[in-house]
Design a protein. Sequence first.
Length: 574
Amino acid sequence: MKKTQTIFCFLVSFLLISGIQLAFAGESEEDADLVILNGTIYTMNRNQPTAEMIAVRDGRIVYVGDDASKETWIGESTRVLDLKGRTLTPGLIDSHAHLLALGRAKMKLDLSRVGNYEELVRMVEMKIRETPPGEWIIGRGWHQSKWDPPAAPLVKGFQTHWALSKVSPDNPVFLTHASGHAGFANARAMEIAGISDRTRSEAGGEIIRDSDGNPTGIFTENGQELIRRHIPGGSEAQNRRALELAIQESLKNGITSFRDASSDGDAIALYRDFLEEGKLKIRLWVMINGHDEKLVEQWFSRGPEIGSGDHFLTIRAVKLFADGALGSRGAWLLEPYSDRPDHTGHATIDMDRVYEVSSKALLSGFQACMHAIGDRANREVLDRFEKAFNQHPRAAEDHRFRIEHAQHVSAEDIPRFSQHGVIASMQGIHLSSDRPWAIDRLGAARIQEGAYVWQKLLESGAVVVNGTDAPVEPIDPIENFYATVTRRTLKGEPPGGFEPDQKMTRYQALHSYTLAGAYAGFEEDLKGSIEVGKLADFTVFSQDIMQVPEDQILDTEVEYTIIGGEIAYARRQE
Ligand SMILES: [Zn+2]
């Protein structure tokens, strides 16, 4: 009896208390889900550049301003994030990176830090010890121009396979260049692929040979397919693992929105599965692989997919590669390479196709994103864009077409970006990694005129967005920010920066990673700045990246990544 009474009393008080709470909650519609305060907040909103406090409800920003009103926002269930003096910016947008490749790179032999050819051979040798004979060894990230000492012998600027083949007689090996634009195969891999001194390359690629005509193991651009098509494809389980790893890596680096620079139908299906399973934790905006004609036609007839799952998946762009990269001398130049005078690089696609895809993209509501690195490729793409815009002026009123990389642009083509509203989708970190040797490829005059000329483009009125091209570079916004504002290598060289008049200011650099990035995906009303009504996506840094001395920028850590008001990553448990 007593027991029942107790339970009864308990129930009554429980109901009373919850009733009161319900009434209270009903009265306080002002309560936020999340309140962030006690830090430096950069909003990227010109009318209110900084703030003391942000309040979030249902994944959106409901208040930005001083913290005098904080009590009215904080209720029983409000999570309060005390920044403890740290710095918050709008969530970072990496405007050009490769999501699945980033995850797969985490699963491969990482050769990005090998210092020379001998080290590369040693790493493969170690991997072979734990790999059954016959199984492929896949790696990526090597870059012969960074090696000390350089490989010997060099054929057309690249190492040769003999030393590698000697340690790997029973395992086929294929190692992709850091740029992705060349691959390095051993003898066993070439044997499996049936490569002989008479094999012809695919169009838009090259099999490099020594003076006797023997393949040296280097396959550039489309030539890589001769080997690649023999590598067993990734299983679904492997792809899922890769996607999980890529999402984790992005969150760890403060990335809230990821612009995926070319995906095939399988990858898009996997993104959709992840979205439905609630595992797509970053906001994804996808460029469809335009080289898959059937896939692109399907999308052109069904139209873009915008903002699925509360803006976690958008598919509204098509990507084509117009040329290769500078490292492998595949970038398409107006004049020959300074270090290979018989060679101007090449188009990797028929330019009529660039025009055709651009026209169809305009008419069906897609953005066209063309990879172009050399000055010739940039000019040819701008010509095709212009032709499409003139053909369909109504559809071209707000197209937001992009040139991916726009790395080396002839002086007369620089103003054409802003003239036609073409977005320059660039990567600050490429300057830092590549400029030390890019001058060999282009010579001083061309470097000064139009290589990595962010400031010339900005001054002409063009929109410039920033990204890392991960896994070509780590998806690290701190390194990228540093490279963008200093134009130095990550070792700090040269002290004044390369072509210092082309540095971005810190404001411009943050803009290129936030509001400009949002604009380049038609999302400036949703993200890119901290304003009431926008998505509650934020990145929190350990120190003030807008103020610390330049040589301390690289010490910055990402502390929190917040997406839709949820803490998706925290560096330490609090
Ligand atoms: Zn890329």
